[in-house]
Write a protein that binds this ligand. Structure first.
Ligand code: NDP
Length: 414
């Protein structure tokens, strides 16, 4: 997911530093979120003590969770879609049953809760779980790196085969590693990590119930907003088949770690923060935040759907009346509708939602805003990269589009 930003900087330095720095960042952020000061700027930093980093239950939970999602992957429900055409002319088949996996695993979690399982224990288990997820990401990436040497050359990613072992390990050599029909990259992209993220959030909510008798309004909002985001991603799972992650990027440490450790353990920091730092939220404040999340979601969903529909079938009644400009490639660019407002309306919506996830945590700390800050940097960088690619692809037509739609993400600002 987001971490693929680093693939554009073909530097040996990042390939060596990032696998050390980012896992430490995950542990640091979890540790700060539960410290009384919750200060990211405090020196020396609030690091977890070694006894907080290990619990024999953590690998059991992690393996059980991965096993469950592997089983759900093979569930014969939902449709089977073709991926884009590969370099050897073939197309891989992918099961579109991620939303079913979300519903069934949520049902199972609810069943466990009903049977009295102490889901709030996830709060104490969070650092050991993160340690196990980080360890598993390293082991899994080593396996992926080794097995890639048996892959035919057309199955390798163009960017991940520089011959520099560290860099290739980091970026990923093989494009679509599979065991039989089980696609390892597609499996990791949206399922165990994203669904794990919302289950961790629910665990934080249950911890709050243990500590204070009932969940706070702020905690309920954070849980609902992020569940909506994850459910939306899985409902639209087919769209992942045309993303850079699936189409261009090899499967190496960067994506593995991003999917299995970074997303589940840093995207939900607000809920972890709220367990130790309760916030009172007025009904009016909550209403404003709900409206903000709603507007963000509306812009995000409508703009993504509009472009997907236009790319799939430009004659469809919902997009056929929109104004477009021709390009030399034969493809057209939308210049009205959502894509006439700014050049990346989907990023605008995503960022408004990110802000709405942090606001329930109040203004006393920086930590709950980590995701908004990180995500703003990521999307600005991603936008610049996409812009370069589009200029190369569409040349003067892209310049015309930029003149017609001068703002990139924020109308009249940027
Ligand atoms: P986008 O959906 O923004 O796609 C960009 C592509 O759209 C361009 O390369 C171009 O491709 C096409 N395009 C651009 N402008 C136009 C236009 N005017 N008319 C028609 N087509 C156009 O790609 P992303 O993968 O970056 O984002 C998808 C979603 O995922 C976003 O909502 C983003 O916010 C979200 N996201 C979330 C992350 C997270 O960690 N939560 C991380 C990254 C993204 P072409 O012309 O070839 O079709």
């Amino acid at each position: 997911v987001g971490l693929n930003q680093f693939s554009s900087s073909h530097s040996f330095f990042s390939a060596v530093c990032i696998p050390v720095f980012l896992p430490l960042t995950v542990l640091f952020l979890i540790s700060v979120s539960r410290s009384p000061e919750a200060s990211v700027l405090q020196w020396p930093p609030a690091l977890p003590s070694s006894d907080q980093l290990w619990d024999p239950l953590a690998p059991v939970v992690l393996l059980g969770w991965m096993g469950l999602h592997i089983l759900l992957y093979f569930l014969p429900v939902g449709k089977v879609s073709d991926g884009l055409t590969l370099r050897d002319g073939s197309r891989l088949k992918y099961p579109i049953n991620g939303f079913h996996a979300l519903c069934i695993s949520s049902g199972l979690v609810m069943l466990f809760l009903g049977l009295g399982a102490p889901l709030g224990r996830l709060f104490e288990l969070l650092p050991p779980l993160a340690v196990c997820a980080i360890g598993a990401s390293f082991l899994f990436s080593i396996y992926l790196y080794i097995r890639s040497f048996w892959a035919p050359s057309h199955a390798l990613a163009l960017g991940g085969n520089t011959g520099n072992p560290l860099y290739d390990f980091f970026i990923g050599r093989e494009l679509n590693p599979r065991i039989g029909s089980f696609d390892l990259k597609y499996f990791c992209e949206l399922r165990p990590g994203l669904i794990g993220w919302v289950v961790i959030n629910l665990g934080m909510l249950m911890k709050e119930v243990e500590l204070r008798g009932s969940p706070s309004l702020a905690m309920i909002l954070v849980n609902c907003f992020q569940l909506l985001y994850v459910a939306d991603a899985l409902w639209n799972e087919e769209a992942v088949l045309t993303t850079m992650d699936i189409v261009h990027d090899g499967f190496g440490f960067m994506l593995v770690f991003g999917d299995l450790a970074w997303v589940p353990f840093t995207y939900g920091l607000q809920a972890a923060f709220l367990v130790v730092h309760p916030q009172s939220l007025s009904a009016l404040g909550a209403a404003v935040i709900i409206v903000l999340n709603g507007i963000g979601y509306y812009i995000f969903r409508k703009s993504n759907s509009q472009k997907n529909q236009f790319r799939r079938d430009p004659t469809h009644p919902s997009v056929s009346k929109l104004e477009t400009i021709a390009t030399a490639t034969g493809k057209r660019l939308l210049v009205s509708g959502w894509w006439g407002l700014v050049r990346h309306p989907n990023y605008l919506g995503d960022l408004l939602m990110a802000l709405a996830w942090s606001l329930p945590c109040g203004f006393s700390h920086l930590l709950p805003y980590f995701y908004v800050v990180y995500f703003t940097i990521l999307l600005i960088h991603r936008e610049a990269r996409d812009e370069r690619q589009c200029r190369d692809k569409y040349g003067v037509a892209w310049d015309t589009y930029c003149r017609r739609v001068p703002y990139r993400i924020f109308p009249y600002i940027y």
